[in-house]
Every structure is written in structure tokens, then in C-alpha cells.
Write a protein that binds this ligand. Structure first.
Ligand code: ATP
Length: 251
């Protein structure tokens, strides 16, 4: 148990959740390595939601409200760290969450399905397991599996911790792909339509707050939020944010 007074409370709590998810079989070994890479970039960002991330978060919320069929894709890391936050976001939208595992095994699929049992009873549609009989073109069999009413026909897909080639393949399918990825240099961040360079437990509640606010707006107002966003520019500004921060640091 991490004491709340510890200066690294939040980070240590997330580590505990990751270890627990690995021990219970929800998370693959590779997921722990991915988490470590994320922690490194979070240090460089200052463990805070940057103005650039907030910009991408607002555009994400507007796009999700405008979307006809938004789908939230989740993997082992996102379930371990922010399952309830993703459920809250899905409830403000069409309720669709799709399981998308890099290391897909039936055992891991069933463990994740069990974790969502109560959410499904109260209206969440959990896709990507039993009825995942469609395929993302160009992606190998297990990683390419998607559901017809989910990612396959989605216009907007939110993908926390996606890998680069799947993100690129989803963009090629004509989808608006929104990545949550702490690494602004990753292929995922560079190939996605929108990249939120932020830690997922910090940014998902913010997306939900903006979705709630934007649901009260009309279409024209929402299009205004989206229209001038440029992902490459936002990523460059994130790198500038990191380098300015490092340059001004006193050791
Ligand atoms: P590429 O996108 O270049 O193909 P990759 O798929 O090889 O990269 P991984 O390390 O497998 O990269 O993916 C994990 C990504 O998720 C890392 O870029 C890491 O920064 C990011 N990440 C890890 N934990 C979190 C988190 N809690 N919140 C947001 N992003 C995270």
C-alpha cells in the first residue's frame, strides 16, 4: 500500500495497478515495458497536462460528440489503469468499448470480459471478443480482429497505447484516429489524426468533462473547436515544451 503522503503517490499507485494486472493475467509482460516507457516521457513532460495536450483533448471531445459511431479501444494497460474512467466516458457517448490486445489470448480476453460484467449489465457494450469477426486490412490475424459494429464501422476511434502500424492502418481505413500516448515521437503519435500526449489517468477524465460540456453545444460551435487543429504542429509544440523545460531546469 502506497502512503498518500509519498511525493510519487500517483506514479507508485499506477505501478501497483500495473503489477496487479500482470499478476492477475490481464496484462502481458510487454505491457509493463510499455508502462515504463510512458513513465520516462511523463518525467520529461513534467507529469502534467501540457497546454498542447489540453488543446488535443478539447478537439477530441468535440470530435467524439460530433461522431456518429465513436468507439473506445482498450488494452491491458488501459484496463489496469483507468477502466472506470473509460466506462464513464463511454456512458456519455454511445456506450461502446472494444477490447484490442497486442498479445491476444483467449484467457486474457475472458479475464477482461469478466472485469466489465457489471458495466455491461448497466448498459456498456463490450466489443472485440466473441463477435470480433472483421479484420483491419494489412494487420496480422490476431491484432487485426475487430467487431463489425465497433472499430470496423466506427468513424472516430480513441486508442490509448496503440502501436504504430495499427494506428496507421485505421487511418488508412478512413477513420479519425485519436491516440493517447506519452511519447510524442512514437509512430502512433505521428500517424494518428489527433495525438493526446498525456498520461491516460490524467487525460481521460478531462475528455469526459469536455464531452459533457460540448454535448450542450450545437454542431457549428463544435466544428469551430475542431477546424484549426493541426496534429503535426501540436506535436512540434509538445517537443518545444519539453526542450524549453529541460533547458530551464536547475539540477
Ligand atoms: P510505436 O507507436 O512507435 O509503434 P510502440 O508501439 O513500439 O511505439 P510501445 O512502447 O509498445 O510503443 O507502446 C506504448 C506507448 O504507450 C509508449 O509510447 C508509451 O509512452 C505509452 N504509454 C505507456 N503508458 C502510458 C500511459 N499510462 N498513458 C499514456 N501513454 C502511455
Amino acid at each position: 500500500m502506497v502512503p498518500k503522503t509519498h511525493p510519487r503517490y500517483r506514479s507508485l499507485l499506477n505501478r501497483d495497478r500495473i503489477v496487479e494486472a500482470f499478476e492477475s493475467g490481464v496484462l502481458a509482460k510487454g505491457g509493463m515495458i510499455a508502462h515504463g516507457r510512458g513513465e520516462t516521457f511523463d518525467y520529461l513532460l513534467g507529469e502534467t497536462t501540457t497546454p498542447e495536450a489540453l488543446n488535443a483533448i478539447k478537439v477530441t471531445a468535440a470530435l467524439m460528440v460530433l461522431s456518429k459511431n465513436p468507439v473506445i479501444s482498450i488494452n491491458g494497460n488501459s484496463v489496469a489503469l483507468a477502466k472506470d474512467e473509460f466506462v464513464k466516458l463511454a456512458r456519455e457517448l454511445n456506450g461502446k468499448i472494444e477490447v484490442n490486445l497486442f498479445y491476444r489470448t483467449t484467457e486474457r480476453e475472458q479475464k477482461i470480459k469478466k472485469l466489465f460484467e457489471e458495466d455491461v449489465k448497466s448498459g456498456i457494450t463490450l466489443l472485440g471478443i466473441d463477435e470480433a469477426d472483421k479484420k483491419i486490412p494489412g494487420i496480422d490475424h490476431l491484432r487485426g480482429k475487430v467487431s463489425e459494429s465497433g472499430i470496423y464501422t466506427a468513424d472516430v476511434v480513441l486508442v490509448p497505447l496503440e502501436d504504430g502500424d495499427r494506428a496507421e492502418a485505421l487511418v488508412k481505413m478512413g477513420k479519425t484516429v485519436i491516440a493517447i500516448d506519452l511519447n510524442p515521437l512514437s509512430r502512433t503519435a505521428r500517424k494518428s489524426t489527433i495525438s493526446i500526449v498525456d498520461e491516460l489517468t490524467r487525460c481521460v477524465p478531462l475528455i469526459t468533462d469536455y464531452v459533457v460540456e460540448y454535448k450542450k453545444m450545437d454542431k457549428l460551435q463544435l466544428l469551430k473547436i475542431v477546424e484549426n487543429y493541426k496534429n503535426d504542429e501540436n506535436l512540434k509544440n509538445t517537443l518545444i515544451h519539453i526542450s524549453k523545460r529541460l533547458n530551464s531546469m536547475e539540477i
